[in-house]
Design a binder for this molecule. Structure first.
Ligand SMILES: CC(C)(COP(=O)(O)OP(=O)(O)OC[C@H]1O[C@@H](n2cnc3c(N)ncnc32)[C@H](O)[C@@H]1OP(=O)(O)O)[C@@H](O)C(=O)NCCC(=O)NCCS
Length: 166
């Protein structure tokens, strides 16, 4: 696929061999992106986090990577993941490399997460974002999520969407 600016990508589920590329992706995030994603400044993932991202065994959970088709080594430039939040619900997170933000990729990855969740019979997708993350809030509303205050933490907003199954 290509973004509106012509940059080409391919998306796929993560594989065990992605751990190193994923670590490079996280190391490359700016302070602000890292803070918006992890609610703290995280410069690297622990071996356990890398393992959880690349060797997924729970059928409800999944992780998607976007790889830059035209760049040497086809680096990871975006990730989307869903972790089990209950029997039929998942919690999502999306992260785009700084140089690739605001070009449509976050929307593509979030839509992909919703498609995979529907295919797997997941009833509800939830997320948590910082209240000042206007871009993520905009994107979530655009894709049909409701946004509500977090009862325990004023700096957070909760996102949720119920998926229709026919
Ligand atoms: C938030 C994030 C995932 C969005 O992905 P992205 O690729 O940058 O976003 P897209 O280009 O797909 O869409 C951005 C949308 O927000 C809009 N937007 C951009 N900046 C905005 C702002 N400050 N306020 C409101 N809307 C904004 C854009 O116009 C676009 O909307 P449109 O398609 O209706 O024009 C990405 O910026 C990111 O990884 N940020 C750091 C990590 C993070 O915040 N993750 C979310 C936690 S789950």
């Amino acid at each position: 696929m290509a973004l509106a600016d012509g940059r080409r990508l391919h998306l796929r589920l993560t594989e065990p061999g992605d751990a190193e590329a994923l670590q490079r992706f996280v190391r490359g995030l700016s302070e602000q992106s890292s803070h918006h994603r992890f609610f703290a400044t995280v410069h690297e993932l622990t071996p356990r986090m890398l393992e959880r991202f690349t060797r997924i065994t729970d059928p409800l959970e999944f992780a998607v990577v976007a790889l830059a088709s035209d760049l040497a080594g086809q680096p990871i430039v975006g990730t989307g993941r869903a972790l089990r939040g209950g029997v039929d619900r998942v919690e999502f997170a999306v992260t785009i490399a700084d140089a690739w933000q605001n070009a449509g990729l976050g929307g593509v990855l979030l839509a992909q997460i919703l498609d995979i969740a529907r295919e797997r019979g997941i009833a509800r997708v939830e997320g948590e974002v910082l209240a000042d993350n206007d871009r993520m809030l905009h994107l979530a509303r655009k894709l049909g999520f409701t946004v509500s205050a977090d009862p325990d933490e004023a700096s957070l907003r909760r996102l949720a969407i119920e998926l229709a199954h026919v």
